[in-house]
Design a protein around this ligand. Sequence first.
Ligand code: ZN
Length: 176
Amino acid sequence: MSVRQILTVGTPSLRERSAEVTKTQIRSPMMRRLVRDMTETLAEAKGIGLAAPQIGEQLRVVLFDVPEDNGYITGGQELARTICINPEITVLDGRTEGFWEGCLSVPGKRGFVERPQHIRLDFLDLAAKPRSMEFEGFLSTVCQHEIDHLDGVLYIDHIANPELLMSEADFNEQVE
Ligand code: ZN
């Protein structure tokens, strides 16, 4: 296992579309290594989500690890230690709500982003089995943030008003 370097904004590959993962790749040692590295890297960074391109692997793989006690999870929703391969989002309700987002690839910053708050997430698990989950609220935002990474999109791209992007220090002082 190894903790990998997390690429930050300004790295060209973070802006590229990542490739679909084949079923052969899912069952390969490469995928087991990637999942182990992503798990270690996310734990070390104390983050709640990590996409493979954030560690320089241009594959459509996302890891979520939202702790159950983060204060946002309601109605039995859970997104703890979940690997999603080739994930796709379907918006079930287009009404948006905003959260102050942060990103391991945009260190020291927070930004307020509005996104649809009720989605379905379809993906393949590590056994290449199709899975489907529905999320509302904060978890809906987390899913969209991570899956954006697979298309080379960062949360800062969604911020039109510069006042809604600030340093973490200002955020801690003014918002929390
Ligand atoms: Zn991110």
